[in-house]
Design a protein around this ligand. Structure first.
Ligand code: NI
Length: 173
C-alpha cells in the first residue's frame, strides 16, 4: 500500500464526472487500498478516486470517530443514492482537496445508497448522521461537484483564491 498525492482545488480533474467501474481488477483493489491508507493518513473520513487523479467511480470512507470503536473502512464502487429522506441536516464540511476550509452545507439527513463491493456483490445501506453527509459529499466528487459549489459565489471565490495561493506556495517550496 502507498499514500497517493491528493489533488488540491482548483483542478480540472475535480470538475469532471468519473467513469463507472466495469471490472474489479487487481489495479482497482490496489487503488482502493491506497486510497484508504491516504485517507487515514491525511487524516480524513472520506476520499473519492478523482481526488487522487483516477477518474473512476470509487469512494472510500470511514466515519467512525470514537477512539474505542472498531474502524469501519468502506469501499464503494459505482455508488448511487437510491432514496433520500425529506428531512435535512447541516454539517460543517471540509474536503481533503480544499485543506483547512470549512463551511456549512445542508443535505438530506438520511439516504439509501446502492453500490458494488470489491466482492462483486451489490450492497444497499441506509446512512444517517455524519455517514450520510460523507457518502453524499463523496458521490458528488464522482460527478465533478465540490462542497463549495453549494456556497454563495462570493464565499466560493474566496476559498478558491486561498487554494490558488496555497498551491503557488507549495509549488515554490
Ligand atoms: Ni471532498
Amino acid at each position: 500500500m502507498s499514500i497517493r498525492p491528493i489533488i488540491i482545488h482548483p483542478d480540472p480533474r475535480l470538475k469532471k464526472a468519473a467513469d463507472p467501474v466495469t471490472d474489479i481488477t487487481d489495479d482497482l483493489r490496489r487503488l482502493a487500498d491506497d486510497m484508504l491508507e491516504t485517507m487515514y493518513d491525511a487524516p480524513g473520513i472520506g476520499l473519492a478516486a478523482p481526488q487522487v487523479g483516477q477518474m473512476v467511480r470509487l469512494i472510500v470512507m470511514d466515519c467512525v470517530k470514537d477512539e474505542g470503536e472498531a474502524p469501519r473502512p468502506m469501499v464503494l464502487l459505482n455508488p448511487r443514492v437510491t432514496w433520500s429522506g425529506e428531512e435535512c441536516s447541516t454539517y460543517e464540511e471540509g474536503c481533503l482537496s480544499i485543506p483547512e476550509q470549512f463551511a456549512e452545507v445542508e443535505r438530506p439527513s438520511q439516504v439509501e445508497v446502492a453500490w458494488l463491493g470489491l466482492d462483486g456483490q451489490t450492497h444497499t445501506e441506509r446512512f444517517d448522521g455524519l455517514w450520510s453527509t460523507c457518502v453524499q459529499h463523496e458521490i458528488d466528487h464522482l460527478n465533478g461537484k465540490l462542497f463549495i459549489d453549494y456556497l454563495k459565489p462570493l464565499k466560493r471565490q474566496m476559498i478558491t483564491r486561498k487554494m490558488q495561493k496555497l498551491k503557488r506556495e507549495r509549488a515554490r517550496a
